[in-house]
Design a protein around this ligand. Sequence first.
Ligand code: SF4
Length: 478
Amino acid sequence: MSLLTKSKYLNGLQCPRLLWFADRKQLPEISLFDEHKFSQGHEFEEYVKRLYQEGVDLDGLRFQDNIDKTQELVKEKKTIFEAGFRVGDLFVRSDLIIPNEDGWDLYEIKSTTQSKPQHIPDLAFQKYVLEKSGLKVKKSFLIYLNKEYVKDGEINLKQLITKDEVTDQVNLIDGIEKKINIFLDILKQENPPDIHICMQCNKPYECPLKSDCIETLPEYNVLQLTNWRLYWKLLADGIKDIKDIPEGTKLTPRDQIIMESLEKSPVISKEQIKHFLESLNYPLYHFDFETFDTAVPIYDKSRPYQKIPFQYSLHIEQEDGSTEHKEFLSEGNDPRPKLLEQMRRDLEGTGDIIVYNKSFEINVMKKLAEDFPEHKEWLEQALTRIVDLAAPFRSFHYYDKSQKGSYSIKEVLPAVTGKSYEELEIGNGGDASMLYFYSHIRPKLENKEEIRKNLLQYCGLDTEGMVWIVDRLKEIVQ
Ligand code: SF4
C-alpha cells in the first residue's frame, strides 16, 4: 500500500475524494502556471537555506538514503533541510529541523506573504510523525516572505525572510491519529469516495478536480448564482439545477436576473447601459496590461509577488467609431522603464481610459507611480481617467445565460458580440504571463518569436474586444 505523506494528509483534510485520486496519481496534469508556483516555492527555499548556512541539505537524496541520513544527522544533533521520517505507513519530509537544548524546532517554509490557518495542520502532522520517530518537537515555526520587502541591490535575506512561532496553534490540533486511520482506509478503497461538490472544493485551495466534479452538475446549476451562501445551502439540500430552486427562495436581484435569463436571454437594462455609455468621454483609450510576478523579487524597486507589467495593448477609439492600435511588448530585463516611457506618450490626452476590472490596472499603475516617482504626475492624471467596462456586467445590466454567472471578459465578449478567444493560441492572462516569463525571463521555451506573435495577438484581442463590446452596447440601446 502507498504511504500517507504530508501532502496526501492535507488532501484528505480537504476532501476524501481528492485524497483517493491524488494517491493514485490521477490528478489532472499541472499547468505551466502551477509549475511556476512550485518553482517559486523552491526558489524561496534556496534563499532560506542561505540564511541557515549551518544546515545539511538532504534534498536530492533517494527515498531510503534520505531517511537513513536523517537518522544519522539527528543523532549528531545537526540542523537539517529536507529531513525524511517514516513511521509505518506515514512519511514526511520536513523543510527544516533545528536542534535546541532538549529537543527540536520544526520549520515549514511557505512561499506566501502571510502565515495562514491551513499551514497549522501541515505542521501538526509533521510533529506527529517526528514524535513517533522519537524526536521531541519543542517549538513549531512558519517561515514566509516579508511582503513589505523592496529589493535594492543584492537580496537582503534577513529582510526578505519572516518567521512566526506557531507552537501553541500546532499543539491545539488534536484528532490527528483518528484522521490518519480514516485516510489510510480511504487509500485501501477500490473506488473513489462518492463526494459531491460543496464548500470544501475551494478551501483551503481550489481543488484540482473541480472541473471534473462540476461536470456532473446540470448546465445551468446553482453554483452559477452570485450568492455563495445560498448556493452551498441549495447544494447541501440536493438542489443542483437552477430551475429546481423552490418558489419563495429569497434571491438577490442579480440571482433573479440569472433565473429570468433561463426563460428569456439576454436580460438587458437598456436605461442603465445608456446611462453608462453617455457618461463616457471620447476618445476612449481601451487599455489592458499583462503582468508576471515572482515570489522573490528579481528587479530593484519591486516586492514579493508584485505584478510586473511586461506588455500592454491600447485601442484608441474616436466618437465616429474609427480606431488606432498601439502596443508594447518588452524584450526582457526589467520592462517597466521602457513601458512607462511609451505609455506616457500613448495615453497622452483627456479621454477615458477603459479597462476591464479596474482594480487590477489601478493597482499596477499605483505601484508604478510609487516605484518610479519621475512618472508619478502623469500616472496620477491617468488614474483619474479610468472607467471600468466590467461595471455594467458586474451589475448584471446585461446578462446572457451563456455567461453562466460570470462577468469575466472571456464570457462577456462572446455573449455580447458573438466573437471569442477560442481560435487564439493563448486563451487567458495566466498563460500569457507564463509564456512570457519562460521565454524571456527564465528562458526554457524555445519558440520565443512565435510566443511574441501570440502574445501580441492575445493582448490585442482583449482591447479590440472592449471596442466591440462598447460598439455593440451602443447598437443595443439605440
Ligand atoms: S472538487 Fe470538491 S468534491 Fe470534487 S474532489 Fe475536489 S474537493 Fe472533492
